[in-house]
Design a protein around this ligand. Sequence first.
Ligand code: SF4
Length: 405
Amino acid sequence: QCTLVCPTGALSEKDQGDVLLDWIEDPAVTTVVQTAPAVRVQLGEAFGLPPGTNVEGRITAALKALGVDFVMDTRWSADVTIMEEGTEVLAKLKADREAGRRGTYFTSCCPGWVNYVELSAPELTPNLSSTRSPQAIFGALSKTYLPQKKGLDAKAIRTIAIMPCTAKKEEAARPTLVREAGVQDTDLVLTTREFAAVLRRAGIDLAQMPEVPYDSPFMSASSGAGALFGATGGVMEAAVRTMRAVTGVDDKTWRPAFEAVRGMDGIKEAEVELPGVGVIRIAVVHGLANVKTVVEAVKRGESRWDFVEVMACPGGCVGGGGAGRGQRTPRAALPSRLQGIWKIDAEAPIRASHENPDVRRLYEDFLGEPGSHLAHDLLHCEYRDRRAAPNPPSAEQLFRTVELT
Ligand code: SF4
């Protein structure tokens, strides 16, 4: 076993690949693996492929070769996140406009950012979207919706997430994401680097694997918007597509791209018109220094933004510290990884979360509608002021970024 350090400082990384292998070998266990958008443009580098190569199908082939029962796509639950978060934020923006006030609302799918708020700016916890991250939403639905659809024993399911950062391990263990005592919705999180080590130990060369589609289409069909979660600006771009559509805009302005929120500028801003709400000002922030600038402006009451996407890592999840060697992510790889994400979106037959037929089926068959009672129970969570927790790590420790090479 080896121990590495996350660049967000969220948690030291303990190699848990053997846990996955033990579960695969246990006939009483049903293994369900989800793979994050960023991982598919990172992992190939560990097997000699150029940065940004989309190895999505090869990851599925490798997991099936290992003996995993179900391999599914976190892009699907990213689309569900957009349905919930878009509905939630739209309702808040409308209420604010009607009341003549302005609130600034933040995305919450990056646990490095959520930790920072809870430990450093807890007065902003009400401004965080209550919608769970795609990892957490997948975890909850894998223990409820999946067994119902497939006739599986929920207690036999072990849900494993392959993610770009160690902060996701801590997220999976958050008390609000534990369904019953000691049972997490997401049982195990492996970083890109840990998963690469598992494949090497098993003698699997990812570069030589064939392309294999995801299992169980009802939890894997996904949109290009879902893929964008891997890149800075991607959650905002995905949200804007659906928020504009559900407020009545049908001009497909998101084709081919919402350039204002793309690229490596630290703080990106744009205005978006939403019928019934008005013009909203959005921002996209990544990296600690830029996040501090925005947080301090909001705390001083000088915010000019209605909705802000925050990602702890430079470049978003493609820059997550769970890939690369040691705790460093090569800066040179980021542009290619971002291009890889945008290419997946551009080539996707479905580009917006609300157009995903399997997401529509989820609501028709199981949840009812976005924001329903059941959706709130399974897909939302609460945040808390953690400054008073016993021996809390400092926000700086939890949100520390490395100087990229
Ligand atoms: Fe993890 Fe970084 Fe992505 Fe946040 S931005 S979820 S810390 S990889």
